[in-house]
Design a protein around this ligand. Sequence first.
Ligand SMILES: [Zn+2]
Length: 205
Amino acid sequence: MEFSSKLIEQAVGHFSGLPGVGKKSALRYVLHLIKQDTQEVANFSEVIKALKTDLKFCLKCHTISDTDICNVCANPLRNHSLMCVVQDYRDVMAIENTGLYKGVYHVLGGLISPMEGIGPSNLNIETLIKKVETNEVQEIILALNATMEGETTSFFIFKKLAQYNVTLSAIARGIAVGDELEYTDEVTLGRSIINRIPYNTSLTR
Ligand SMILES: [Zn+2]
């Protein structure tokens, strides 16, 4: 793609760096922004900047939150002894949208992936073990993607927690291996949490 303006080229470069955005769509976004009024574009860029400067993570479960402790962790009506372990914020949103889960969460912030150089120490696993050590949780539901990285991470957590008195379950999904949690429909996802299965038998399914 040939550009008559360096600025346009740069902007297209940034947009096309987003997941699922090609050069053509990127150019469409840029031309759209040019047509907006100055204040509108300023607000947009402020929000983008604030994503890196103002965003907070819940001190307890590590999910994205506007407050130190998120709404779920701060809710006394939730079951704090039941904890669902997920990869990221999108999974918390997906599970919350089912309206069927009444426990709390623990957000790992990613999955173990030797290919991408992500090891256990890059994830929120230590704080997870702490919660089990201090008997804060009685049951953990592993709700990680059915990908190689998801399975590896689940197994790592399973090994780490084997010595503790905690029930380990996995969500019983009726979805194909490799499907991501966020794409599962709410009914299926909700049902898979209610009908969760013990983790060790889920390995031989
Ligand atoms: Zn929280």
